[in-house]
Design a protein around this ligand. Structure first.
Ligand code: ADE
Length: 231
């Protein structure tokens, strides 16, 4: 998967890209590239944002600046870009990132992620350049960078090679293998600690019983989780 991140703070992503699981995916041919709109701005002094029309606090990322940056990077009119690849603007009011959306995005060959800053984007960026607007939660971050990293982390760990054991990504919380439920509890050595016992069945070596126990615990957790339909 080819991921391009449009951010005014590309240095934030150096740390992210250096993490082991991200490195593992990048080693299999995926890429994570940052483009700084400031380097493509047609405005003097590296200007990228402006005060909002109608007044109000904060600054808004300019549509002409993002137009230039996208055009410089892809060599096409950004209006046509979203026909070719998902162009995702990160914003607090967007579609909430959940496991089905992560799985959907993990199947894409390429993603373009737009990080807003300050008060966010000029709305014309969303209307004319973005294919999606995605939020990681109903709270406001100071920019889209951390939200982008959350999205990238969730998506990249779905790709082959990210995790040591491929099963870890299939049978995990909210996956189809667990019928969309949270994952079952895990235990490791010691089998007893301060009188706290690991459930007997997990020590039994009886794979069918273990699988059944896990499915039951996972369903229980799903029924308890807030927002769950309760089937
Ligand atoms: N930018 C600022 N806050 C955000 C959020 N909660 N999700 C996605 N992008 C954001």
């Amino acid at each position: 998967m080819k991921i391009d991140v449009f951010t005014l703070f590309p240095e934030w992503f150096q740390w992210f890209a250096s993490q082991r699981h991200v490195q593992n995916v990048l080693a299999t041919g995926s890429s994570l590239e940052c483009v700084n709109p400031r380097e493509h701005t047609p405005l003097s002094g590296g200007q990228v944002d402006d005060t909002p029309f109608g007044g109000g606090a904060g600054m808004v990322l300019r549509v002409d600046v993002l137009d230039s940056a996208l055009r410089a990077h892809y060599g096409v009119d950004p209006v046509a870009l979203r026909e070719r690849r998902r162009v995702i603007a990160l914003a607090p009011g967007g579609r909430l990132l959940d496991e089905p959306l992560v799985e959907e995005l993990a199947r894409e060959p390429a993603l373009t992620l737009l990080c807003g800053r300050y008060e966010g984007f000029d709305e014309r960026i969303i209307e004319h350049f973005a294919s999606d607007v995605v939020s990681i939660g109903r709270y406001v971050l100071s920019g889209g960078e951390l939200a982008t990293m959350v999205l990238c982390d969730a998506v990249l760990r779905k790709l082959p090679g990210a995790l040591g054991d491929e099963r870890s990504a299939t049978e995990e919380s909210f996956s189809a293998a667990l019928e969309g439920n949270p994952e079952y509890p895990h235990y490791t050595r010691p089998a007893e600690y301060r009188g706290w016992q690991v459930p007997e069945v997990l020590l039994s070596g009886h794979h069918e019983q273990i699988a059944r126990w896990r499915r039951e615990r996972s369903r229980e957790r799903g029924a308890r989780a807030p927002g769950h339909d309760g089937d």
